[in-house]
Design a binder for this molecule. Structure first.
Ligand SMILES: Cc1cc2nc3c(=O)[nH]c(=O)nc-3n(C[C@H](O)[C@H](O)[C@H](O)COP(=O)(O)O)c2cc1C
Length: 167
């Protein structure tokens, strides 16, 4: 398997924590992990295998460092890539915009092979742009504010599910 690039955007550390836990389970030798605030577009596009992690701010917006970078990417940049997406949000306080940020990563990267969609069962929210017509989330969704105790199992299941799809 070629190296996997994990890029995260965080304000208070939760997206970094998720990225690091995913890296541990994937086997750190095969991983490069970086804060998107410090990564260039070229560094991201260097990888055929990618995991992109964002938390959610404002009214369902991308985390700020992702927000600053996202427009520099073209949709076609991702067409030969295999990509897992992770969104982090708060389903209680921001129930109407729960993890909406994931949808902006999805829209930008969907010309590629997006792996690791997940069931929305077990989450309690009113609305989310991260839900596909199939009813699934566009990637892994984590809620550190209300369901932190479920992170370990959710991350572990997701990593098991996506690993065979990386080239
Ligand atoms: C000002 C503010 C706005 C937020 N807006 C949303 C939102 O619209 N949707 C959501 O799901 N979570 C929202 N959140 C929750 C954060 O995404 C959540 O706390 C996350 O775990 C923070 O991750 P980080 O530590 O990687 O920055 C917001 C949090 C703050 C402080």
């Amino acid at each position: 398997m070629k190296k996997i690039g994990i890029f995260y955007g965080t304000d208070s550390g939760n997206a970094r924590d998720a990225a690091e836990n995913i890296a541990k389970l994937l086997g750190e030798d095969n991983i490069e992990i970086k804060d998107i605030a410090k990564a260039s577009k070229e560094e991201v596009l260097n990888f055929e295998n990618l995991i992109l992690v964002t938390s959610t701010y404002g009214c369902g917006d991308l985390q700020g460092d992702w927000e600053d970078k996202i427009d520099s990417f073209n949709e076609s940049d991702f067409k030969d890539k295999t990509i897992g997406l992770v969104g982090i949000g708060d389903s209680d306080t921001y129930s109407d915009t729960f993890c909406d940020s994931l949808s902006y990563l999805y829209e930008k990267t969907k010309s590629g092979n997006i792996i690791g969609k997940t069931s929305s069962d077990g989450y309690d929210f009113s609305d989310s742009k991260a839900i596909l017509d199939s009813g699934e989330f566009m990637g892994l969704v984590l809620d550190y504010d209300n369901q932190e105790e479920l992170n370990e199992e959710r991350i572990s299941n997701w990593v098991k599910n996506i690993t065979p799809s990386f080239k």
